[in-house]
Design a protein around this ligand. Structure first.
Ligand SMILES: C[S@@+](CC[C@H](N)C(=O)[O-])C[C@H]1O[C@@H](n2cnc3c(N)ncnc32)[C@H](O)[C@@H]1O
Length: 257
């Protein structure tokens, strides 16, 4: 059977950008691809594909367009309230707490976690790995300067403690930045880290196919240390946690069995 124009473009995207669109829901991706092409004056997906293959800048723009980067500090605050209650379960010093923010976008999530660890585990060393597929988001995360609207959920005390004014924005405290490693990582392709005490995986899997989501969940489970905690978002529901070696400890929180 002949490939349609979406499938042909999928092929170009896979070869040129190493992004496997077969693992994302077609309806949403196709809509975004067509909108991206129309905005930039490409008459069809085929024409977009021809332009895309040799053009690195266009590829990077497309990747940023396809992925959704909405995030903010302490997004869904009650999740962070629950996380705070579970932090005492992490291994005690001198153990270094290892945490992974998978799909960290602009960095608000890993920085929020760093603040919680500073407050709840004072003096304990921690290392946060923060990864995303989108380089543009990672650049913003590494820069660490945020807008007022990104800080909606940050109370005045934390604003003073963790940020300094920077033009119209707010710059995160440099020593907090040093505890976080921002790295490019594709959850659908790259090897996963291991022995993590805590993994935050929220609002990322929304456009993954069900099968891809299941595989990612299994791999994330294996990246946890025994007893390690996984915090997911409402788009990452885990229907049968025990089948993949997880035990539910609160809504949206699981521990590796
Ligand atoms: C909506 S943001 C969520 C950010 C943060 N976790 C939060 O809840 O605020 C989703 C992020 O997932 C990233 N993403 C999408 N597909 C990915 C993949 N295959 N591997 C890694 N990150 C991916 C996007 O680039 C985007 O930055």
């Amino acid at each position: 059977m002949a490939l349609d124009d979406y499938e042909l473009l999928q092929d170009v995207v896979l070869r040129a950008m190493r992004l496997d669109l077969r693992l994302y829901k077609r309806e949403q991706m196709e809509r975004r691809l067509r909108a991206f092409g129309t905005q930039r004056g490409y008459a069809s997906l085929a024409v977009l594909g021809e332009a895309l293959a040799p053009d690195r800048a266009l590829q990077s723009q497309l990747l940023s367009y396809l992925t959704i980067h909405v995030s903010e500090f302490f997004r869904d605050p009650r999740f962070f309230d629950d996380l705070r209650l579970l932090l005492p379960q992490l291994p005690q010093p001198p153990h270094t707490v290892r945490a992974w923010s998978a799909g960290c976008s602009i960095g608000a999530e890993p920085y929020s976690l760093a603040m919680l660890l500073e407050e709840e585990r004072p003096g304990q060393h921690y290392q946060i790995l923060a990864t995303d597929i989108d380089e543009r988001s990672l650049d913003l995360a590494r820069r660490g300067v945020y807008r007022e609207e990104d800080l909606r959920q940050v109370d005045p005390l934390r604003r003073t403690r963790y940020f300094s004014p920077d033009g119209k924005g707010y710059r995160i405290r440099p020593d907090l930045q040093q505890e976080i490693t921002f790295r490019h990582h594709d959850l659908l392709r790259d090897p996963y880290p291991d022995e993590q005490d805590l993994v935050l995986f929220r609002n990322v899997a929304i456009y993954f196919t069900e099968q891809a989501k299941e595989q990612v969940m299994q791999r994330i489970t294996r990246s946890l240390a025994p007893g390690g905690i996984l915090m997911v978002g409402s788009t990452e529901a885990i229907l049968r946690p025990q089948q993949i070696g997880l035990r539910q400890v609160r809504p949206f929180f699981f521990a590796r069995a």
